[in-house]
Design a binder for this molecule. Structure first.
Ligand code: PRX
Length: 662
């Protein structure tokens, strides 16, 4: 391998606009201004003291902690001995403070139906559902799987789990039955909360039939709760209910008692599991605990977005199926008493201005979305946002993948009217909360740069020999524990150590390549491992390869993420078929469907290239780097270690004529 880390998501050339800077708007009145350089310095000098202050200021504890941090590398415990409940922090204390009538969620379904939930409403519904869970035998320490569309019952389910002390494991609704059952089995979930389906592009997307398939092989599941989302909004959804196992949400809720006291939880008790793709085929159950997680999501949500909860309307467009939704739709905003918009469907239904219509109608002031969405809006044209008055917007956020400067500038000009600061926030499922980001009104931004680690966070780049790289390209590492950090991989402490803490001694290795420019600005360039980032979603190359070779027509497969103008990366699969099977469009379609059925629609390869051979080293390792060069139409890198250099030339010819699934 070359000395410079590979940068599959972006190349340095993509960032030639880096010298263009955007100073904070002079009139911008920011909470963040109190986070001046002295706060960064103080946090660096005494980061434990800094986080302890945040925990005391932002979170309500039933019992104070004895020790701020217990750090036995790589295992951290934060606010040891402290007791609290996450749902109490998100709900009860706001209602007790007289904010019961404040709106927690302005929810809108894709068909246009709406629900407004105040903090008092949400507390009432969460208490009832907590009693429902208890009635189904859920106890403190159990795990509950959640497989739902973006409806209010989704945050209700998360908070009800937190209330009774059960860990939730949300599985994104786009995942297949196999992916769902694997995750349920790994965590031995007792209950599944789901819905008949949700609306997407004007159609009901059914979920319950997938749950039924998954549950054929999940012995731990005793009960299923089903929300009648489609049926109650004029759609048709045939739902088979298994007697004794399956229950309608509204029926159980109608009978549930109205009060349920929040379970006192230890700061280090498991709050949730969230499975994410790694470099092997098996997804990792990332563990997040209560006190530290809540502290950092509340802190970052407040300062990174400059939140004024009395006046702001905040909208994070993510799905709660991913970590962004956990931290910045549910726990962060609710802990801060914020008013959020929550939307069920896609941005192009009924028209391509749906997002801007929502921003205008709800007077959204803080918008947090992904570069893939921004690039899609760019493609659709500025005329769509121009149909609406977006003057309520104040702060814009970006998350999930590197944002290219062109998209950043478009976002700034056409959505932010060249007046709203943009916060490009780097973090991961594992970090639990935002780690690297500008602070609005305080940081001069550069389009495409996530700028600097937040107060209390320490990041460094290192080279292959673990030497610190003060300027230039390197691997992104974190050098100190942080409150919301993952506490491990469920059931696999060794994998936790190996994956994150073994490559560079004493450092957390994020898996990303980055560079620091001559002004000290940090640019996250993308994954340097076998993880792809498609529209901000993490997908493992190995997982897609396993799904492909699972098809009897496939002898061998290699998968790479190739640069894509809209989705950041797109999945390109190089496939060798078994003897006797002829390549063709029909087989291509079959294989794409096969992957979608095995893992989920998000993993469906965009392009399949049939090839007689794959480029391998003499020891038999597939050289994905060369395949990436082929897929991106680049000059081939070093081919000297290839067993048979002619193979790549042949593949290159085939790749030029391979059809894509647009
Ligand atoms: O490669 C980085 C990219 O997304 C990865 C984390 O993915 P996930 O755990 O699914 O969480 C996504 C939402 C937080 C990272 O390793 N990534 C995330 N944010 C950025 C980013 N890359 C560049 N810039 C970002 N702001």
């Amino acid at each position: 391998m070359a000395d410079e880390p590979e940068t599959p998501g972006a190349t340095i050339e993509d960032y030639l606009l880096e010298d263009r800077t955007f100073p904070p708007p002079p009139a911008f009145k920011a909470v963040a201004l109190v986070v001046d350089t002295t706060m960064y310095d103080a946090a660096n000098e005494d980061f434990e003291g800094f986080w302890a202050r945040q925990a005391a200021d932002l979170i309500t504890w039933q019992r104070p902690w004895d020790t701020v941090l217990d750090w036995q590398l790589p295992f951290a415990k934060w606010f040891v001995g402290g007791r609290l409940n996450a749902s109490e922090n998100c709900l009860d204390r706001h209602v007790e403070a007289g904010l019961g009538e404040r709106v927690a969620f302005h929810w809108e379904g894709e068909p246009g139906d709406t629900r407004t939930l105040t903090y008092a409403d949400l507390l009432a519904e969460v208490q009832r559902f907590a009693n429902v869970l208890k009635g189904l035998g859920v106890e403190k320490g159990d795990r509950v799987a959640i497989y739902m569309p973006m409806i209010p019952e989704l945050p209700v389910a998360l908070l009800a789990c937190a209330r009774v002390g059960a860990a939730h494991s949300v599985v994104f609704g786009g995942f297949s039955a196999d992916s769902l059952s694997d995750r349920i089995n790994d965590a031995e979930c007792k209950v599944v909360v789901t819905a008949d389906g949700g609306w997407r592009r004007g159609q009901p997307g059914l979920l319950k039939p997938t749950v039924d398939v998954a549950l054929a092989s999940t012995p731990s599941v005793e009960h299923v709760v089903v929300v009648d989302r489609i049926a109650s909004s004029g759609g048709e959804a045939e739902v088979a209910m298994t007697d004794g196992r399956d229950h309608w949400y509204h029926e159980l809720m109608a009978e549930a008692a109205t009060e349920c006291a929040p379970e006192p939880m230890d700061s280090e008790d498991l709050l949730y599991l969230l499975y994410t793709s790694g470099t092997t085929g098996k997804p990792k159950g990332i563990m997040h605990t209560t006190g530290g997680y809540l502290t950092q999501v509340a802190f970052t949500h407040k300062y990174v977005f400059d939140l004024h909860p009395e006046t702001d309307v905040y909208w994070c467009t993510a799905d709660v199926g991913w970590v962004t939704g956990h931290s910045y739709i549910v726990y962060g905003p609710l802990a801060n008493g914020a008013t959020s918009v929550m939307y069920e469907g896609t941005p192009d239904t009924p028209g391509r201005d749906r997002f801007w219509d929502l921003v205008e109608r709800y007077q959204v002031s803080i918008l947090y979305t992904a570069p893939t969405a921004i690039r899609t809006f760019m493609k659709w044209g500025a005329a769509e946002p121009e149909k609406h008055d977006l003057s309520s917007l104040r702060v814009l956020g970006s998350v999930g993948e590197p944002i290219n400067p062109e998209a950043w500038i478009w976002y700034h000009e056409h959505i932010g009217a060249s007046r709203c600061p943009i916060v490009d926030t780097w973090w991961q499922t594992e970090t639990g909360a935002i780690m690297i980001s500008p602070l609005p009104g305080a940081t001069t931004t550069k389009p495409g740069s996530a700028t600097f680690p937040l107060p209390g966070i320490a990041a460094e780049l290192v080279d292959n020999d673990a030497e610190v790289v003060p300027r230039g390209g390197g691997y992104l590492t974190l050098t100190r524990p942080w409150p919301a950090m993952l506490r491990g991989i469920y059931g696999d402490p060794e994998r936790y150590r190996d994956t994150y803490w073994s490559r560079f001694e004493g450092r957390y290795f994020a898996g990303d390549g980055a560079k620091i420019d001559s002004d000290g600005y940090l640019w996250v360039l993308g994954r340097v491992d076998d993880v792809m980032n498609i529209s901000g979603h993490r997908i493992s190359t190995t997982e897609v390869e396993s799904a492909l070779v699972d098809n009897p027509k496939v002898a061998e497969a290699a998968v790479v993420g190739a640069k894509d103008d809209v989705t950041g990366q797109a999945i390109v699969a190089f496939v060798t078929l078994r003897g006797g099977v002829e390549p063709g469009a029909g087989v291509g379609e079959e294989l794409r469907d096969h992957v979608a059925n095995k893992i989920g629609k998000i993993s469906r390869p965009k392009t399949i290239v049939f090839t007689d051979d794959l480029p391998k080293t003499r020891s038999g390792k597939i050289m994905r780097r060369l395949l990436r060069d082929v897929a991106e139409g680049r000059e081939l890198g070093d081919t000297t270690t290839l067993a048979d250099p002619a193979v790549v030339e042949e593949i290159r010819k085939r790749a030029m004529s391979a059809p894509s699934d647009d």
